[in-house]
Ligand binder design. Structure first.
Ligand SMILES: [Zn+2]
Length: 454
């Protein structure tokens, strides 16, 4: 009876659409077409980054709840292509079963994080780096899983496939940036037939691995004990408070769809317990809002940006916090991009209109046509190792000597968001304390203003 009712309602609609289509074809009135209304339960596909060889890395989203759960397929390319197939099958399933996703969840699928490896038919990315050994796991509490170049593999093998430095690879940076606001991450691998959580203690990760394993009928293992995984994605994610697990399919060829669907549905059914929202943290007795903290921590914490100097401030939807060497800003409208959290352009600000003569490109330096400046040697490696295009921006000067905030003559260079200073004492590069300077300056102006009123 219901079917009859639906058909009788739909029939005239179809007829009308057909007539409109005819009109559109005849008179090319395509601009009159009604805008397509996107419903919350329709999947949204987006390109979240590009691989080393320029292939797109896609994410498909279902639902728009505040708990972001990301299923990452095929980190290990052609060698684990069955996890790619599995992810596509899961997407197909949720296309027609969207109602099984709780309202509090946004469910994302990344069919392959390693499209180059999938194309090349091997485990690594196009640079020969193992992406699941390339994350910066030095930021967590335990040392056994710290990132390193030389990594362990099955059957006692060792190889130099960890990458030249942590998060050196385009794909690693894509997943790092995309997961920054995630509650949970499921990294699909094959073929060992078990599920394990982040190595360091993290209760939501452990519970998620147990729930997934039981529902999928895989073995739960607290630790992957065949060898130490260094620079692994699950460990990196767990250290930021993201519930993170690695299901290893039993087979290297089958997708084991029913089992993994059961595992995923069990996680979704326990969303509030297994998918914790990102939490605010305290550093140096000052509260840091959750996503600013994750960004700060993921990029080197106090070593790079220094400690927070004041509580965060709200400016409309934007949250801003002053650190010793940067002011970090969270912009919710940039969610899902590498610019969701970013430093303010304090480098440009301290220049106060001062301009440096531009230079011509040279073979020994990286040239930025947009500003006409170059970076080289230790400043260049520092810039590249810290995702400079997002953290520091383009150079606004060449290297030169100046007085720095610690009262020394040092080699410095100005960038959009920072000023680099070279410390020969320990051969290091540090950011000048521009956040601290801005804070002092603001307080001075406010004090002066108050005195003038008196
Ligand atoms: Zn794998």
């Amino acid at each position: 009876m219901d079917n009859h009712l639906i058909m009788s309602i739909q029939h005239p609609v179809h007829k009308a659409s057909f007539i409109l289509l005819l009109i559109a074809v005849f008179f090319d009135l395509t601009h009159l077409a009604t805008p397509r209304i996107t419903q919350a339960n329709e999947p949204q596909e987006s390109v979240i980054g590009t691989s080393t060889e320029g292939r797109p890395i896609n994410a498909i989203r279902f639902g728009d709840g505040k708990r972001k759960l990301v299923v990452v397929g095929d980190t290990h390319g052609g060698a684990e292509a069955n996890t790619y197939t599995l992810t596509l099958q899961l997407i197909d399933y949720f296309n027609t079963n969207t109602e099984q996703i709780p309202a509090s969840v946004s469910l994302y699928f990344i069919p392959t994080l390693n499209p180059d490896g999938l194309e090349l038919g091997w485990r690594f990315n196009a640079n020969g780096v193992d992406l699941n050994r390339n994350m910066n796991t030095n930021i967590d509490e335990c040392s056994e899983n710290d990132w390193r170049v030389r990594v362990y593999g099955a059957y006692g093998t060792e190889s130099d496939t960890g990458g030249p430095y942590a998060e050196s690879e385009a794909e690693s940076r894509v997943i790092r940036d995309f997961l920054l606001d995630a509650s949970g991450a499921i990294f699909l691998h094959s073929a060992a037939g078990l599920v394990f959580p982040a190595f360091c203690e993290h209760t939501p990760s452990i519970e998620m691995a147990q729930v997934y394993a039981e529902a999928a009928d895989y073995t739960y293992e607290r630790y992957w004990d065949a060898y130490f995984i260094t620079g692994g994605m699950h460990d990196w994610a767990g250290s930021l408070g993201i519930a993170a697990i690695t299901p290893e399919l039993i087979s290297g060829t089958e997708s084991e769809f029913e089992q993994n669907l059961a595992g995923l549905l069990a996680v979704l059914a326990n969303d509030t317990q297994l998918l914790p929202l990102p939490e605010d943290q305290e550093e140096a007795n000052i509260e840091i809002p959750a996503l600013i903290w994750r960004y700060w921590q993921a990029h080197g914490g106090a070593d790079l940006f220094g400690a927070p100097l004041a509580p965060a401030e709200q400016d409309g939807a934007i949250t801003r916090q002053v650190f010793e060497r940067a002011i970090l800003e969270h912009r919710p409208n940039q969610a899902g991009t590498p610019r969701m959290v970013q430093p303010l352009p304090l480098g440009r600000e301290v220049l106060a209109g001062r301009e440096f003569a531009t230079v011509e490109p040279t073979p020994d330096a990286r040239f930025f046509p947009e500003t006409g400046h170059t970076i080289r040697e230790s400043f260049q490696s520092f810039w590249e190792q810290h995702s400079g295009e997002y953290l520091f921006g383009a150079p606004l000067s060449e290297e030169h000597e100046e007085w720095t905030a610690d009262g020394q003559r040092r080699i410095v260079q100005y960038f959009e968001h920072a000023v680099f200073a070279y410390y020969p004492e320990d051969d290091s590069v540090q950011l000048e304390p521009l956040g601290w300077q801005r804070l002092i300056h603001t307080e001075f102006e406010q004090t002066t203003a108050v005195q003038q009123i008196r």
